[in-house]
Design a protein around this ligand. Sequence first.
Ligand code: URA
Length: 477
Amino acid sequence: MRIIVLDNDTDFEGWRRAARRLALNDVKPAEVAWTIRRDDELSSASCVNELPDAPQAQFNVPAIFVELAKAAILHRNDERFALLYRLLWRLRSHHDLLSATDDPDVAEVHAMARAVYCDIDRMHTHLRFREIGRERTAHYVAWFEPEHRIVELAAPFFAGRFADMPWSILTPDVSAHWDGHAISITPGVAKSEVPSEDRLEEAWRRHDNGLFNPARLKVMEMPQAYWRNLPEDSIIKPLIEDAMRMTSDPFIARKAAEPRKPQDPPMARKQTQDAQARDAIAALRDEAADCRACPLWKDATQTVFGEGPQNATLMLVGEQPGDKEDLAGHPFVGPAGQMLDRALEDAGIDRASVYITNAVKHFKFVPRGKVRLHQKPNTPEIRACRQWYERELAAIKPELVVALGATAAQSVLGKITPINKNRGRLIDHDGTKVLVTVHPSYLLRLPDEKAKALEYQRFIDDLKIAADQLRNSARAA
Ligand code: URA
């Protein structure tokens, strides 16, 4: 019996070299055992070199066999190397073997390759990146558990699609990292080693809000071995160090760990209501993450749900997440979001006090090379997604809804509503006040600077109507 030791589970080149030499030396499939090198073993080459040199003879296999073998070798079936060698052996005398689909070996290799392609497709469709870090230090991380060993084959798709975003895909087998230039592969990680997304997001949220409670930080929950390869190391470390420094200050540590004082009843009641609304939105967000009500989920990275305080009196509704929002998982964080931020500020509205969402919660686009071109959602897609807006509205109960652009107006008012004819006035709709105005990306698209300035001012004027309305009703209350 010949024992062939391959370098790793997906060592196609090693298998090909060995199989070729074995076949040319007439070593029958039943005389070969295939295994993977353990860390303490020498390279596979020594085992293959024990075979006599390949005779001058040549043989070719159909190109389709090479394609099938490259895919099937990624299958978790332990018999894959033996099956592939058996097929190679038989192909020497039966060149059309692969078209004999009732042959058990042929059927099996096709089934294995199909399973691998399906798994790649599943990864391309379902992988969800989360943003960690912010702005220049932003990095996108996804956890995925592939059925087969597909990461290296599947990863280039993400490099093409998210070319300008640094990302890491973490799996139990291997991890793939993209820095904008090249993909690198590092060992896999156990799920237990991956900081939970919620924990990470929660840490960021607290940090961003200045509410980070250092006494609660457990460094062991962010394994450094795992984060070592990520640029966030530079962010997480200072965060932890800061927390350590603060907790070593006995006063701060005591304050942070102190139980909160009981609050006066009205405040406590208000907080209970807010907590209920928060739970409702969190539950909706979880539910919407698996929304399949229209086909847009298939190409989008993730559902981008609404965000903002649950006691918000103002709700802004946009069209749909754009490229940046789709990757980050947050509404209005890209160029239109920056325009919106500026306009809100100029209108005297604090973005942090507003609940912001979109009529359609998945990014609709067509790929053009490395770019994903935004596509306007159609009426069936707007209708399919409306349930989420209705449920957000019921949970938040804002006093005023501002619909940004035609898609938002159609969703909020339940019918096609021309913007220019309806903007600038409050509309009563099913007990909620609604104001329609243009979408901030309309302003970004205007080519003429003068028109841009004019339209921007009109947009501010619309937002000021919203601000005045909220101020007046707050005063009346
Ligand atoms: N445009 C939108 O309508 N919503 C976003 O979240 C981003 C861009």
